[in-house]
Design a binder for this molecule. Structure first.
Ligand code: PA5
Length: 492
């Protein structure tokens, strides 16, 4: 029995009972790529089945290389759903204690050390979680500070009491200036407020050996979780980076890992893309990139999935945006990720997507059954132009608008695809995040680039160190000092 047998008019009690009888077969996510194909959006823009066949060697090679290296090198993230039993137990125990003893939980981190926790928080907790009374939240308030804007740090300090706050400092490298400056600010305040006891208010999540945070954690005695060496920032949501904040929020991290594990099993079962969701998703994007579709729009039709689009943007942009391929040839690869939200951005971006340049692939994310519904009441019979809405649920309206947008895009020959979540829960979110991670790895392999490095990010980091006079960056400082000075005539 599929979840869709629940109608949008099902009561909250019926939905809660249905969700509680968790059967993972009811919650398998689906990938509909009809509107990527020539038969549905026309010969000029649509992809032909023969084009998929034409790239079958590239697809098979990519499948083999990602699968063979799964768990090795920088692909340690593919092992995470299977090899963390003891770590997950420790995370759950630690989270229970944090939930009991702290009123606020603050993540200090940036990029891959923040976007996953933000996305999962938004997806799996109440949309106004922090404003709920404690008896409904049943856990600490939750904040992720992923910037060094002084006004934001000051604003956080205005609303929290550090004496009842747990800080989770997350940095894989243990060296990122933004996170380490936040660390310095917060630990200084904690020390002044709590003295020697301050260390019990800090949990470090970092590399086991490399970087400064691990040295500080050992010296100060912080509780520490490790990010495995083969797991880069943007692929780290299934490691303690994402699992600890999620567990502190009362999220069932085992079910999230189960969803990720099932997606990996599907993604490695067969090199036939018609039976492999991540591989088909990647194959279509690879073909589309080859045809000049330089933009990937991620458009969930659910507020709960809004920050999945932010997380995706980093994953897709940082992984695929590369100047050279593995042989050193200049390729300037990549597809610019853009985030949008349905239906909100129908009133801002859809005009461009339906009538602007043919340079995009648009991914819609649908939710079949919302966790709660709001009925649009009857009572405007005298106003037929409004009355047609009455008696429907808001979820029905939202999903109808999504289908209408899909139709409008297809009618205008725009490449689009839809990922459907039967419902938003731990299991579907685990599948969705792993789908995107595997799709990214497959496309990177097809493009023959290094998916897992980020030299463009490193350059900016190193320039900052040099400007701050950090030891060891003297040559970079000299390089910056020799750069051409800006001309006043070009500043108005
Ligand atoms: O994906 C990545 O590797 C980066 O975006 C990092 O996550 C980001 O730069 C933060 O790095 P770190 O976790 O080392 O502080």
């Amino acid at each position: 029995m599929r979840l869709s047998v629940l109608s949008s008019r099902s009561t909250k009690k019926e939905k809660t009972e249905y969700m509680a009888r968790f059967n993972k077969n009811d919650f398998r996510i689906r990938f509909d790529f009809n509107n990527m194909m020539r038969d549905y959006i026309g010969a000029e823009q649509g992809i032909k089945e023969t084009e998929i066949a034409d790239v079958s060697k590239t697809v098979k090679d990519a499948f083999d290389s990602v699968k063979e290296q799964g768990g090795a090198g920088w692909q340690g993230w593919l092992d995470l759903p299977f090899n963390q039993k003891e770590i997950v137990d420790d995370i759950i125990t630690t989270a229970k204690s944090v939930r009991k003893n702290f009123k606020t939980f603050v993540v200090l981190g940036i990029g891959g050390s923040a976007l996953g926790p933000i996305a999962v928080f938004q997806a799996l907790r109440h949309l106004h979680y922090n404003e709920l009374p404690y008896k409904m939240r049943k856990g600490p308030k939750f904040y992720v500070e992923d910037n060094i804007d002084p006004e934001r740090m000051a604003a956080l300090l205005d609303i929290i009491d550090v004496k009842t706050t747990m800080f989770n400092v997350i940095t894989k490298s243990g060296a990122t200036s933004e996170t380490m400056s936040q660390y310095l600010v917060i630990t200084d305040i904690l020390k002044k407020a709590l003295g020697a006891d301050y260390a019990s208010h800090v949990i470090a999540t970092t590399d086991k050996e490399k970087g400064n945070l691990i040295k500080l954690a050992k010296k100060e005695g912080f509780k520490t979780f490790y990010i495995p060496s083969g797991v880069g920032g943007r692929f780290s949501e299934m490691s303690p980076v994402g699992l600890l904040p999620a567990a502190v929020l009362g999220i069932d991290v085992k079910k999230m890992l189960l969803g990720a594990a099932d997606m990996i099993k599907m993604g490695f079962k067969t090199a036939n893309p018609y039976k492999n969701m991540p591989l088909m998703a990647a194959t279509l994007q690879y073909i589309a990139i080859g045809k000049g579709k330089n933009i990937s729009v991620m458009m969930p039709y659910a507020d709960s999935l809004k920050y999945i689009a932010d997380w995706y943007c980093q994953l897709w942009g940082e992984s695929l945006g590369k100047a050279v391929d593995k042989s050193g040839k200049e390729v300037y690869a990549g597809q610019t990720p853009v985030k949008a939200l349905g239906v909100t951005d129908q009133h801002s971006q859809i005009q461009l997507y339906t009538e602007g340049p043919f340079d995009k692939v648009i991914t819609l994310i649908a939710v079949e059954a919302f966790r709660t519904e709001v009925m649009i009441p009857e009572g405007l019979e005298d106003f037929p132009d409004v009355n047609f809405l009455c008696g429907n649920t808001m979820g029905t309206l939202l999903n109808t608008e999504r289908k209408a947008t899909e139709y409008a895009l297809a009618k205008k020959h725009r490449l689009n695809r839809t990922i459907t979540l039967p419902a938003v829960n731990e299991y579907t979110i685990g599948q969705l995040l792993m789908l995107f991670m595997m799709e990214t790895a497959f496309v990177g392999a097809m493009l023959n680039i290094d998916t897992f490095n980020q030299p463009g990010v490193e350059e900016g980091k190193n320039a900052t160190y040099a400007m701050f006079g950090r030891k060891g960056y003297e040559a970079k400082k000299a390089e910056l000092d020799s750069a051409k000075a800006k001309a006043e005539k070009y500043i108005i």
